[in-house]
Design a protein around this ligand. Structure first.
Ligand code: FAD
Length: 875
């Protein structure tokens, strides 16, 4: 268990004792825990403190009733681990489920008026406050669910269990405590992690009120932040209005700044023998087969019984409202269920939720990981954190940054555990700007927490924190007309905001980031800054549109980090240079100099030369035709992309002629310095090793601190981005070539090129076989690894092959082998070579609605056929 108890997601602890117990209530949590049986439970599977249930209870119930054959019998609520499934019905009346979005809007202040929401009220749905997005989108729903069930597995391993309830926290706690009392038990107290943002604090207040009637105290633990609030050298209400003074003051605390992690107990007391019935939903998985690779011990031989429920069923129930209804009231796009549950093969966050996954990632990033195959590069190689500062602004692959944010957001890991991992790393490899920078970013996280607590509801206010810090400035920015509005009900699909949120502005760097977010639930920090600046500064729209859209889609959504950062970029928060604006064309050329990132998410642009790929509106009709690029406004398809950008800023023009690679910051930004950061060097870092061989001058070798072993004899000018940390070897540009290349030439030979990437050891990693290349093969032999191939045919008449191989640990674990073929009107073959593809990932699909099916031929080979748009293929 995480060493900063309580681990888990808004977990509550309930300590119970029989009424005739021998001792009074213990004040200290440490004392209270081991004394009597106690119970961990989660009151809501989806972010209880944020009321972000994706569905109304009615919807959920309908789905669940469907799963259970419309059974309405009340639950007998047995809590023995792996208990047989018990049936139940929805007992909460609809009217008591959720405050509607419209009600919340009526309550809000003048500056928080919600355009278009009056007509959009849809009853008890968990929609965002102003613009009606689902509060919790599919990727986060999946991530949180995985986290909860992982927590349960870990508690079971430690001799306890987790009671999972679905409902409003105040109802669930009230019901449970009431039921215990009725059964003759005395409840000593309820513990939960202290939240800081206003809506969550409101929930805490509601729980406290409900507990009062039972005479049961609510106790808090502070485990969210790196710095315990009591250790701050100022009151939270005096948190500096700007980050740097905050950082300097807390850093001055020295070694006492961060408390050490607690050592978690190895075992916990068992669950109470019986748990009384309550009218809430229980979400017990009764079918424990490792369908999703979630459980450690999977009795795979057991067939799923008629009434049994698997994790997959629960997830489907949770996602159903999202799959059935539009993403927002303005957009008619529904998220296809297959997409919602799948990890996108190109996702920068290919990890599953939960503490187990968090610790695995921590170990890889800070301890065990190597930038290249360790057998080749030797043991002295430092793990990826040693290059954090150089890589953190990259855009492709999972390795460019820690990817700790989703785990931090849902309590699966404590920032103090990361802090200690940094200490351990530094004691071996030395301290430098790379390790310091991770600490620096963790302090930003803390800063937004404390700022959110200080400024309360202003976190969600259009005028931002500036209303308190500089009311005169803020006054102008909350006047009508300062921000443009978006009326979700009236504005149609061609409205600039709708186009932005659907990734079809015609500005590739912005669109690629939005598409990445929509299709994977993640976006890099660089992307987030650019999108936020574009929406609020270039377009001048209410920044909360973007903040709510991010809230809905980000796996790592966290209220203070999200709204705090949006305010910062929009110029109404903690940035002393509020007018700062990102130049998205310059940024694209700085950070995606070769255009690989935009080509990855917008395959229509795959044939464009890097010098044009960020400004496709500059090429004429004839050239567009030559590159196979059709014009569209309505959709970004495999071969069509908007002809004109929604706006064109003069400031972009001086960057139009900048050539590929010139001024690139893809390998670190030398201007990025903390001037006063005290960085000592204990030891010289082991220099990064490279072994890149190119047999012609067109390819680029990995540079600047990346470790890669690349060999190519190809004419492919666009090699795999070095941050992919791969080994590849190649032979020729056609047929069986082993290189990774988004083809940039229109000549057939390049399109027919194949690509191959192979990784035989190491941690889970997304491997990309090739994009737009004729064929791709990706393999991973790593236990627990994720082997993803992403490739496809680009131009007729060539075929695209994607082959995915995942080795199998112990012959039975579910390994994710995701395959995605992006062919244009021609054959695409997906060949997944594994004995244990997970069910979800077996169904490879493309965001345009592709579907695929897989059958196992019995010899460890999955034959996967993929159909995309009008394309149907099989191998
Ligand atoms: C408009 C916008 C919205 C954002 N929304 C969120 C959000 O909802 N949740 C969230 O966790 N982060 C948010 N961020 C911050 C940042 O983008 C992510 O924390 C980061 O990209 C996560 O990837 P990582 O864990 O690999 O980060 P790393 O670069 O590895 O950083 C390590 C950790 O430091 C923290 N961190 C890094 N940058 C920031 C930052 N700018 N602000 C606060 N903490 C930071 C995170 O906890 C992160 O896990 C947002 C940034 C912007 C510009």
């Amino acid at each position: 268990m995480a060493s900063s108890l309580p681990a888990g997601i808004s977990s509550l602890k309930l300590t119970v004792k029989r009424e005739n117990g021998t001792s009074g209530r213990s004040r200290s949590m440490a004392n209270a825990l081991p004394r009597y049986p106690y119970l961990f439970f989660l009151s809501s599977i989806l972010s209880s403190s944020r009321l972000t249930l994706p569905s109304s209870y009615d919807d959920f119930h309908r789905c669940r009733a469907g799963l259970l054959g419309n059974e309405t019998q009340r639950s007998d609520l047995s809590f023995a681990p792996r208990s047989a499934h018990s049936r139940q019905s929805a007992l909460l009346p609809r009217s008591r489920c959720f405050e509607t979005a419209a009600t919340r809007c009526q309550r809000s202040s003048r500056s928080n008026t919600c355009p278009g929401r009056a007509v959009q009220a849809r009853g008890p749905e968990a929609r965002t406050q102003c613009f009606g997005f689902w509060k919790t989108g599919g990727f986060r729903a999946r991530f949180i669910s995985e986290s909860v069930y992982d927590l349960r597995s870990r508690l079971r391993e430690a001799g306890s269990d987790l009671l999972i309830r679905f409902g409003r926290p105040e109802d669930v706690v009230d019901n449970l405590v009431g039921a215990f009392k009725k059964d003759g038990m005395d409840v000593e107290g309820v513990w939960m992690q202290k939240e800081m943002t206003s809506q969550e604090v409101q929930v805490e207040g509601d729980i406290k009120d409900r507990l009062k009637k039972h005479n049961v105290p609510l106790e808090f633990v502070h485990a969210k932040t790196l710095i315990h609030p009591n250790d701050l050298p100022f009151e939270v209400s005096e948190t500096p209005d700007v980050f740097t003074p905050f950082r300097k003051r807390v850093e001055a605390l020295g070694p006492t700044m961060v408390r050490p992690c607690l050592t978690p107990p190895e075992t916990f007391k068992p669950f109470p023998p019986s748990i009384p019935s309550t009218p809430d939903y229980r979400l017990d998985v009764s079918y424990e087969v490792d369908v999703d690779g979630l459980l450690k011990k999977a009795p795979e031989s057991v067939e799923k019984g008629k009434d049994q429920i698997s994790f997959h069923d629960i997830l489907q129930g949770l996602l159903r409202p999202l799959n059935d209804t539009p993403l927002s009231f303005a957009m008619n796009i529904t998220e296809g269920s297959s997409m919602l549950q799948q990890r996108h093969p190109a996702s920068a966050f290919p990890l599953r939720g939960g503490e187990s996954s968090a610790l695995e990632r921590l170990d890889w990033y800070f301890v065990r990981g190597k930038s290249a195959d360790s057998s080749r590069w030797g043991k002295a190689d430092p793990p990826p954190v040693a290059r954090y500062k150089q890589t953190r602004n990259n855009l492709i692959g999972h390795a460019y940054s820690t990817k700790m944010s989703p785990f931090l957001a849902y309590g699966s890991i404590s920032p103090r555990v990361i802090w200690e991992a940094l200490n351990a790393h530094e004691s071996k490899f030395g301290e430098d700007q790379n390790t310091y920078w991770v600490r620096f970013e963790l302090l930003w996280r803390d800063y937004f927490f404390f700022a959110a607590e200080k400024f309360g509801n202003l976190l969600y206010d259009v005028g931002g924190f500036e209303r308190a810090t500089d009311p005169r400035q803020a006054e102008r920015k909350i006047e009508d007309g300062w921000w443009k509005g978006w009326d979700a009900a009236k504005d149609g699909p061609e409205h600039v905001i709708t186009r932005l949120l659907e990734g079809r502005t015609g500005i590739p760097f912005i669109d690629a980031n939005i598409l990445e977010l929509r299709e994977s639930g993640f976006m890099s920090n660089r992307g987030r800054q650019n999108v936020a600046s574009f929406l609020s500064k270039d377009l001048g729209y209410d920044w909360r549109i973007g903040a709510e859209f991010f809230q809905s889609h980000l796996i790592d959504y966290d209220p203070s980090s999200n709204y705090g950062n949006w305010q910062y970029v929009a110029g109404v928060g903690n940035d002393p240079r509020a007018s700062r604006q990102f130049n998205c064309v310059k940024q694209a050329k700085d950070y995606d100099s070769h255009g690989e990132y935009v080509k990855m998410w917008i395959p229509a642009l795959r044939n464009l030369p890097a010098d044009n790929v960020h400004t496709p509106w500059l090429i004429d009709v004839e050239e567009r035709r030559r590159y196979g690029l059709k014009t569209t406004q309505m959709d970004v398809t495999m071969d069509a992309y908007p002809g004109r950008p929604v706006i064109e800023s003069e400031s972009w023009q001086k960057h139009y002629d900048r050539k590929e690679g010139v001024g690139s910051k893809m390998h670190g930004n030398p201007q990025e310095k903390v001037k006063d950061g005290k960085v000592k060097r204990y030891k010289k870092l082991v220099p990064p090793r490279q072994n890149a061989q190119w047999n012609n001058g067109d390819g680029r070798a990995p540079q600047g601190g990346y470790q890669g072993n690349a060999q190519s004899s190809t004419m492919a000018p666009n090699f795999l981005p070095p941050m992919y940390m791969h080994n590849a070897s190649g032979a020729s540009p056609t047929g069986s070539a082993d290189h990774i290349s988004p083809s940039t030439s229109t000549t057939p030979s390049n399109h027919a090129g194949g690509s191959r990437e192979r990784n035989t050891s190491g941690p889970p990693r997304g491997l990309r076989g090739g994009i737009g290349a004729g064929a791709a093969i990706a393999r991973t032999g790593s236990p627990g690894g994720l082997g993803n191939a992403y490739g496809g045919a680009s131009t007729p008449p060539f075929s695209g092959n994607v082959r995915v191989g995942s080795s199998i640990r112990g012959g039975q674990r579910g390994f994710v082998g995701g395959a995605l073929a992006s062919a244009t009107g021609r054959t695409a073959n997906v060949h997944a070579e594994t004995g244990a593809l997970s069910k979800a990932d077996r169904e490879s699909s493309w965001r345009r609605g592709a579907g695929s099916t897989a059958v196992n031929d019995g010899a460890g080979t999955e034959q996967v056929s993929v159909s995309m748009n009008n394309l149907t293929t099989s191998e």
